[in-house]
Design a protein around this ligand. Structure first.
Ligand SMILES: O=C(O)CCC(=O)C(=O)O
Length: 316
């Protein structure tokens, strides 16, 4: 009797489980997790090494579309194509570039890595900056540096995405990184590099073993994500082709960062809550939404003038 009762219960239990599983599969909610592109191994390697290459994040067609927008912008600025080196903040005036800055594949990866080292991070991310680089043949690279120097997030969440629109190799000036150099959150000292043949004018970081630097050769549309404290550089473009790249900077939406300090009012400003609102929410929610948003930076080009000097060009 007891055994029959138990067998019937087990049978009922089994049927209920099968039904539950069946209806779960039919009506299962779209969990955010299902949109996540990275495995835990990839996230761990980003936290450990400070960089991650995600192959084929953008298709060839998407790379072409970005390149077309680059050409359109150069025309809008009435600039001489062969002299343009970069376009700064193109997303502020070009909706297609803005679309790629917040693209769902980009947002998905960022929502897994930007604050992966921060306890209780909720996956929220905002963008601060976009840049299109057009590196002509024979143009120098950028010496060893850390992006955190220019965009001080201080919670170590600054994350760059660097997407070549054509294949990049050592010859045409791919990025080099020092794996793990972000780990302790050290800001390395800087000094002149004395190598104008290889690098543009910005100083170089020193105090680390340069031999640990490694080139990251990539295919067009692959995406290199790297942390703001990671030491990186690029060499001169020794090829006969232009090297074109879209690169953007992101941080957690909770980050307050003092990009500029404007103290004209004569009041005391605390560094810790000074916040640049020239940002764009990419993932999750913005805890400082009440502060509103501003466009402090103006979209502009970096161009070579007749003397070969790099100057800024604004829209006339
Ligand atoms: O694209 C390059 O050559 C250098 C880019 C870079 O180092 C940067 O944007 O921080």
């Amino acid at each position: 009797m007891f055994t029959r009762f138990r067998a019937r219960n087990i049978g009922l239990f089994g049927a209920t489980c099968t039904l539950a599983l069946f209806s779960y599969n039919l009506f299962k909610p779209i969990y955010a997790d299902e949109k996540k592109l990275l495995t835990q191994t990839q996230i761990d390697s980003y936290v450990r090494d400070g960089y991650l290459v995600v192959p084929r994040l953008f298709t060839q067609a998407e790379c072409k579309q970005i390149e077309q927008q680059m050409n359109t912008l150069v025309k809008e600025f009435d600039a001489e194509q062969s002299r343009v080196l970069s376009i700064i903040q193109p997303h502020q005036i070009n909706p297609v570039i803005e679309h790629y800055v917040k693209h769902e594949r980009v947002a998905s990866v960022l929502s897994q890595i930007v604050g992966a080292h921060i306890p209780f991070w909720d996956g929220s991310v905002k963008a601060f900056q976009s840049m299109l680089f057009i590196k002509p043949p024979n143009f120098p690279g950028q010496a060893w540096h850390q992006d955190e120097l220019y965009i001080p997030t201080r919670d170590r969440s600054l994350t760059a995405i660097w997407i070549p629109l054509e294949d990049v190799t050592v010859e045409n000036g791919c990025l080099w990184v020092v794996p793990g150099s972000h780990r302790q959150g050290i800001m390395y000292p800087t000094r002149p590099h004395n190598n104008n043949e290889e690098y543009e004018y910005d100083d170089t970081c020193y105090g680390f073993d340069e031999k640990l630097g490694k080139p990251i050769e990539m295919k067009a549309g692959d995406a290199l994500f790297f942390n703001g404290y990671l030491l990186h550089k690029s060499l001169k473009n020794r090829s006969t082709r232009y090297r074109k790249v879209l690169t953007n900077h992101y941080m957690t939406a909770t980050t307050l960062f003092p990009y500029t300090l404007k103290c004209k009012c004569g009041q005391l400003h605390y560094i810790a809550d000074t916040d640049c609102r020239n940002v764009l929410l990419v993932s999750g929610s913005d805890p400082y939404v009440a502060k509103g948003y501003v466009q402090e930076t103006i979209t502009h080009l970096r161009v070579l003038n007749d003397d070969g000097v790099v100057v800024k060009q604004f829209k006339s």
